[in-house]
Design a protein around this ligand. Structure first.
Ligand SMILES: NC(=O)C1=CN([C@@H]2O[C@H](COP(=O)(O)OP(=O)(O)OC[C@H]3O[C@@H](n4cnc5c(N)ncnc54)[C@H](OP(=O)(O)O)[C@@H]3O)[C@@H](O)[C@H]2O)C=CC1
Ligand SMILES: CC(=O)[C@H](N)C(=O)O
Length: 262
């Protein structure tokens, strides 16, 4: 058993989650891997045990099934070896809002929002009491870009960013690190799963590069890591513009532009 904290990774069967698993195993962490595809999880776990000598448990989990989600919540709540949660599992859905049924909308929200928030809520009190721990939430630049036409997906990712920033404020002073990672297009199966042609995109990041960049942000305890954004000053200006508005929201009177003409 490793002396380092164990890392629980959702969506670890492939893509970004599988590379996170490789990188944390390489660093010597024991792992708990969750996703639906048990065959893939077992194959990855066997390779990681073999390559890095770490302990790897697999927990077959459909995060849209409340009982399965509840089992993962209980694990996070009770297992004191787990010191890092990587909330990575997600789906993009297909089509625009008018193509999506209410059930499909709910499935996206269930996976990208409800599961992520519930798993965070299950582990946060234990981390806060211990004064340590890390929660990494994988969002997307789509959460900043309603123009991209992935409205529900983008809205779920806007939630991920907001939740992460709120948790940074609440949990950071208690010693818990919370990171929001915002990838842009990255070469994984999510594109095929959402019926999109990855080869039609102007630029695609390789998944190893994405995760290694996210971990560079993790190691320097960055609150928001946007691997594809070369000019960090753009994010800082965006945040500065947002926070500059905050003192102006408390007003007893509506703004003059909303007052009835005399
Ligand atoms: N690739 C990209 O371009 C970008 C990805 N992202 C985000 O990165 C994260 C990882 O995506 P990525 O690796 O690209 O996608 P993949 O489709 O390659 O992997 C998604 C992972 O989530 C798991 N998953 C999907 N549905 C469920 C479910 N109901 N319950 C449990 N696990 C589930 C899948 O495993 P299984 O099928 O075995 O359950 C798989 O391990 C997502 O949150 C995504 O939104 C953000 C921006 C860009
Ligand atoms: C399918 C996508 O659009 C991707 N997940 C992203 O967030 O950019």
């Amino acid at each position: 058993m490793s002396a380092l904290p164990s890392v629980l990774i959702t969506g670890a069967s492939t893509g970004i989650g599988a590379v996170y698993a490789d990188r944390f195993a390489r660093r010597g962490h024991d792992l708990i891997l969750a996703a639906r595809d048990l065959t893939r999880l077992n194959a990855l776990a066997a390779r990681l045990r073999q390559d890095y000598g770490v302990a790897v448990d697999v927990v077959p989990t459909d995060l849209n099934v409340p009982a399965a989600l509840g089992r993962l919540e209980a694990l996070l709540h009770n297992d004191e070896r787990i010191g890092v949660l990587i909330n990575n599992a997600g789906a993009a859905g297909t089509g625009g809002f008018l193509d999506q049924s209410p059930d499909q909308v709910a499935q996206l929200i269930g996976l990208n929002i409800t599961a992520l928030a519930r798993l965070s809520a299950a582990v946060a009190p234990r981390f806060a009491a211990a004064g340590r721990g890390a929660i990494v939430n994988v969002g997307s630049v789509v959460g900043l870009a309603p123009e991209l036409g992935m409205t529900v997906y983008g809205a779920t990712k806007a939630f991920v960013l907001f939740l992460s920033q709120g948790l940074q404020l609440e949990l950071g002073p208690k010693g818990v690190y919370v990171q929001a990672v915002l990838p842009s297009a990255t070469r994984t199966e999510i594109w095929e799963r959402s019926g999109k042609d990855i080869d039609a995109l102007p630029a695609v990041m390789e998944v190893d590069d994405l995760v290694d960049a996210a971990l560079a942000g993790y190691d320097r305890r960055e609150p928001v890591t946007i691997p594809p954004l070369h000019d960090a000053g753009q994010w800082e200006a965006f945040e500065a513009a947002r926070t500059a508005m905050l003192p102006n929201f408390m007003q007893s009177q509506p703004a003059p532009r909303y007052r009835a003409a005399a």
